[in-house]
Each structure stands twice: as C-alpha cells, then as structure tokens.
Ligand binder design. Sequence first.
Ligand code: SAM
Length: 229
Amino acid sequence: MRFDILTIFPGMLEGPFSESILRRARERGLLDIRVHDLRRWAASPHYRVDDVPYGGGAGMVFKPEPIFAAVEELAGQLPRPWVVLLSPQGRRLDQALARELLGRERLLLICGRYEGVDERVREHLVNEEISIGDFVLSGGELAAAVIVDAVGRLVPGVLGDPSSAEQDSFSDGLLDHPHYTRPAVFRGWTVPDTLLSGHHAIIEAWRQKEAVRATRRKRPDLLNTTKHG
Ligand code: SAM
C-alpha cells in the first residue's frame, strides 16, 4: 500500500517510519511511504505556503495554490490516491475507519499547520477530512503518522502473526483480553491458573470472557453497539 504525505516539516516524519514494524514493512516493499515537502510547489522567490486570513484575526492560513499544485501532480501518478485532509473537524479515526482506509490502494495525507488550510482545499480537492481525536494538535504530521501506523499494520504481511491484529481491541467490537508473560509469580501476584493449564479451548473461553469483562469495565459504550452487549 502506498502513502503520500504532504507537509512543510518532512523531518518530523523521519522517526516514526524508520523503526520497528513500519521500517521492516517498507524494507520488504509492503508499504511505500513517501513524504513530500509542500514548499516544492510554492512559488519562488519566497516559497510562501501561508498568508494572513481574510477578515483578520490571529494566525496564518495555508494558501490554496501550493496544495492544489502538489495534489494534482501527485494524483497524476497511479494508482490514484484517496485524498485526506488531517483536521480536528474531520471524521474521527477508529478501527472501522482504519479498515475502510485499508481498502484504498493509496492515501495522500495533507498536513495542515497554523489556523489550517484555505477552505477551498476542503471543498474542492479532498475526498475526506479525518481527525485523530477531539483535541487540537499543532499540525497534521503526528496525525498522519498515526493513520499510517493504524492502517499500515493491517496490510497483509506487515505483522509477523496476522492473528495479532484480529485479537486486538476493537477488531470484533471488544477490547483485547489481558496478557501475561513469565514469571508465573511476580511479587506474589500470580498468573491466572487457566492460562497455565495448557487447555486451548478453556483458555480461549477465558480470554473471551475477560475481553467482555474488560470492555464492560473500561468502555461500556462499546457493548451497547455490539453483539456482545
Ligand atoms: N484552527 C483549526 C481548528 O480549530 O479547527 C485548528 C488548526 S491546527 C492548530 C493545525 C493543523 O493541525 C490542522 O490544520 C490539522 O492539519 C492538524 N490537526 C490538529 N488537530 C488535529 C486532529 N485532532 N486530527 C487531525 N489533524 C489535526
């Protein structure tokens, strides 16, 4: 799967894609992540990407021309991207949306800064506006990294064991069950006997019961909307 990210701070995204699962997925050709500096499409000699807001007020706003030029050039390459504007006003990211985005062969993510982007970008250029939560970040870069990670790990082959994504929280409407590892006794606190029993069916039933219990305790809102409610 391919991701294109449009930003004025490409350096911010070097770290998240150069470590661990995403790095290995890139090396194996499963993820193609390209970070583009928006200023490449800004006009010389000043390469300005922002300007003062019409009507006055605090902050700057991204000008439409560089963003339109960048997206139009990048969208000319196949496969055609699904164009996403990162914004606190967008549809809130959740596991269902991550799965939906997985169905797109290529995502082009536009990172805003300052007060955001000229409204004509949202109206006439993007396919979808996405938020990673009801809070305001200083820019879209961290939000873009979150989307790449959440979607990228669902691409077949990216996770060593595909069943780990299936058992993750939200994949079947429940939170994940608790996990334990060695030692069996730590400071007097023991691992549940069932997990040491070696009976796979019994362990599976325990995990299912504990997943429902964790969801009821931590996120009862999820139970109202699922078959487990
Ligand atoms: N004035 C805007 C508003 O109140 O809706 C906020 C602009 S914010 C300071 C700058 C940029 O950060 C946004 O254009 C967007 O790209 C990004 N951003 C901020 N919060 C975000 C969120 N929760 N999800 C996704 N992107 C976000």
